[in-house]
Design a protein around this ligand. Structure first.
Ligand code: CAA
Length: 238
């Protein structure tokens, strides 16, 4: 379904990003996977880069171009971190780190890669950017003032980017996953997890593959050509 495409997946080392990279590769995409530390991957190309720093993202774009001779027309921003703490105890650096990686990192990737892509392909572009937000951006979550703010920012930014980039042929959409079985949710204390499960209509956490399949839908121009500026909840009915 994605043959002849080059895609970029951030956070490809684990969790949702890793599964997206595997699925896109299986669908024929030449996947450029990125993570902050080295990782095992099924990606055709893997890169180590801190997406929260402009110079690092500029270098990443240069490296991707020199390896693939093109810029990705599909981008999945799945890189994200948590530094959970109650508001009254939250350290300022834990607020700043989460905003820098989750929100600014998504901004930098989308800005720099869109600039490069548009400079290379000024007409007839069919590109898709998928930003991974979170359902807690809508409802809040105890211990996550920093993370919920970053993910609400990602969702709002998605809508502005969709308005700006649509005319150039780049669709921009957000996915709002609920609680998905990943190393990130493994850290949730058991008693919190039990309470959480009782609020999910399907009675279970989601799998990374169930998010990756929605990414595939949004990445595919034949399946989602008129979907732009959307936020898709994938929560099992939270
Ligand atoms: N509601 C209200 N108050 C709460 C509360 C809750 N759910 N949880 C804790 N508190 C308050 C209570 O006053 C509590 O005292 P009691 O134990 O007497 O009730 C007090 O906080 C102390 O609680 P803890 O001992 O748990 O405090 P802590 O500082 O050790 O940890 C925490 C707090 C960091 C929030 C911890 O409970 C935690 O990690 N919770 C899970 C957070 C979470 O859901 N993270 C999601 C990660 S997955 C993800 O982010 C992906 C995504 O997109 C959804």
């Amino acid at each position: 379904m994605l043959s002849k495409t080059v895609s970029l997946v951030t956070g490809a080392g684990s969790g949702i990003g890793k599964k997206v990279a595997q699925l896109f590769a299986a669908q024929g995409s030449r996947v450029c996977g990125v993570d902050v530390k080295s990782f095992d991957s099924s990606c055709e190309h893997s890169f180590v880069s801190d997406i929260g720093q402009r110079q690092s993202v500029v270098k990443l774009a240069d490296e991707i171009f020199s390896r693939t001779q093109s810029y990705p027309t599909i981008i999945v921003n799945a890189a994200g971190i948590t530094k959970d703490s109650l508001l009254l105890k939250m350290r300022e650096e834990d607020f700043d780190d989460v905003i820098r990686v989750n929100l600014k990192g998504t901004f930098l990737i989308n800005q720099i890669f869109s600039q490069r892509l548009l400079a290379e392909n000024p007409t007839d572009l069919k590109a898709s950017i998928i930003n991974i937000s979170s359902i807690v951006a809508k409802y809040g979550n105890v211990g996550q003032c920093n993370y919920t703010a970053s993910k609400a920012g990602v969702e709002a930014m998605t809508k502005s980017m969709a308005k700006e980039l649509g005319r150039a042929g780049i669709r921009v959409n957000a996915i709002l996953p609920g609680f998905i079985q990943t190393p990130m949710t493994d850290k949730i204390p058991d008693k919190v997890k039990q309470k959480l499960l009782s609020n999910i209509a399907l009675g279970r956490m989601g799998s990374p593959d169930e998010i990756a399949q929605v990414c595939l839908f949004l990445a595919s121009n034949s399946m989602s050509s008129y979907v732009n500026g959307a936020s898709i909840d994938v929560t099992g009915g939270l």
